[in-house]
Design a protein around this ligand. Structure first.
Ligand code: F0G
Length: 458
């Protein structure tokens, strides 16, 4: 018998979590204005809101926290990080930042002007926010297969080369400061980008003389999918695949709170020295000196070690395997989930879950609310609330996919928690027809509204 995968770690310390009743939760979510970001985490039993900054660090990472030094300039931990970034990502030039959106902020401050166009496979919301905040335009060149949650495709994160070329042809070179490939593609459901797609994109960017950047938050999970799904990579190590992926890009931003397996941190990396100098000005202004970037020295050491651990095959097999475990359970119960399963999360297709409720009633948010009441599980809406209003027309933008994302923190929950989650979803699924109406907005911010939105039941 082929042995199943099991976690390549022992659990050395635990955090107790509080259980609650559906009656308590009904009260709490109402007080939170049906926005799960407003809930105290103590009111949540299994927190699948995000896999960002919610990871369990290893003994070696905690050791780095202890031995890290807190120098303002040139800390020992910074040099450890530098070595790790060079070794694993193959980049000699980089600046730490306090998280991913800070990396976007300092990079775009140096690269973007009003009226610019930034194409990508599918921009994450903070990336889109930072682009639109500068009166530039984020253009998603997503492959059509990504919009059908039932369609099997090994690399749904791929950029559509034809759509990309159309954008590159239709605009002046000076108005396209960069192209961004998000690996894995969070907005498309944690779906990977293939090495051949990365290579082709790099080739096209070179043809049009436009720099290519990664949004590399989940680069290691992407590399794992390349290893198990792309021909020619079966025998390569994750570290070799990661090196090759990064060899095609001119730079990257990274939220290190995901595949860095830390609780805080980010990076922005470059090949071009001039660009690094330009970004450095903003980095010092917004983040801190170039060798700490808004972090404590010890955080840099934990990240240096985290990058090494996240690029180990055994770790990735159990990590991505746990996501698939939850996905399979949901499928057994007939719950409509996106397939193939993503690297960091299972995405429930809310339009298929509630076909009788219109998208304008925020069905993925409704599902998030119901799952919370049912089991104390907190997921996050990736749908109409997240898509914000169109800055030009002021109207709701209806994305093709209306999803509830159940993001799994790294090395935190067991498969029993996954079983519990699937069972709670099943209970909601069984009573879905009793739910006749969705939600309406009573208060919202002009940008990134999903964080602070206030809702009511219709
Ligand atoms: N890029 C991607 C692909 C992301 O998923 C995120 C964050 C960011 C950039 C921004 O990084 O949070 O460190 O500032 N995603 C989190 C999530 C919040 O839940 O998916 P950050």
């Amino acid at each position: 018998m082929k042995l199943p995968y099991a976690e390549p770690f022992r659990i050395k310390t635990v955090e107790m979590i509080r259980q609650s009743t559906p009656e308590e939760r009904k009260e709490w979510i109402k007080k939170a204005k049906y926005n799960l970001f407003n809930l105290k985490s103590d009111y949540v039993y299994i927190d699948l809101l995000t896999d960002s900054g919610t990871n369990a660090m290893s003994d070696k990472q905690w050791a780095e926290i202890m031995v890290g030094d807190e120098s303002y300039a040139g800390a020992r931990s910074y040099y450890k990080l530098k070595q790790s970034v060079e070794e694993i990502l193959g980049f000699q030039r980089f600046i730490p930042t306090h998280q991913g959106r800070a990396a976007e902020n300092v990079l775009f401050s140096a690269m973007l002007k009003a009226g610019d166009i930034v194409p990508g496979n599918s921009h994450f919301d903070t990336t889109k926010g930072h682009i639109e905040f500068r009166k530039a335009k984020a253009v998603d060149c997503t492959i059509d297969e990504a919009f059908d949650t039932t369609k099997e495709h090994p690399f749904k994160g791929n950029i559509d080369m034809e759509k990309l070329e159309t954008v590159l042809k239709a605009n002046k070179r000076d108005d396209i400061p960069l192209v961004i490939l998000t690996v894995t593609c969070n907005s498309a459901g944690g779906q990977p980008v293939s090495m051949s797609n990365i290579k082709e994109t790099a080739h096209m960017c070179r043809k049009y003389n436009i720099p290519l950047f990664f949004d590399a938050a989940r680069f290691a999970e992407n590399a794992y999918f390349i290893k198990i799904r792309e021909k020619g990579y079966e025998k390569k190590s994750i570290k070799e695949i990661v090196k090759e992926m990064f060899s095609y890009v001119d730079g990257f931003t990274m939220s290190a709170k995901k595949d860095g397996i830390t609780n805080i941190g980010g990076l922005v990396g470059f090949r071009n020295e001039e660009l690094m100098k330009k970004v450095s000005v903003f980095s010092i202004l917004f983040e801190g000196y170039l060798t700490y970037g808004g972090l404590a020295g010890r955080d840099l050491g934990a990240l240096a070690q985290g990058l090494r651990e996240s690029t180990e095959y055994d770790y990735l097999e159990s990590r991505v395997g746990q996501v698939a475990f939850l996905g399979e359970r949901c499928k057994e119960y007939g719950i409509p989930v996106q397939e193939p399963f993503g690297g960091h999360a299972v995405f429930v297709d809310a339009k298929r879950f509630f076909p009788h409720i219109p998208q304008s009633e925020y069905v993925a948010q409704l599902l998030a609310v119901e799952l919370y009441i049912e089991g104390g599980i907190r997921g996050v809406e990736i749908g109409t609330l997240l898509a914000d209003r169109d800055p030009e027309t002021g109207k709701d933008r209806y994305p093709k996919l209306e999803l509830l994302r159940l993001a799994i923190p790294r090395r935190v929950y067991t498969n029993n928690h996954m079983d519990y989650t699937a069972a709670a979803l099943r209970n909601v699924y069984e009573r879905r027809e009793h739910l006749k109406k969705g939600l309406k907005i009573v208060q919202e911010a002009p940008i990134l509204r999903h964080f602070t939105v206030e809702l009511e039941r219709l």
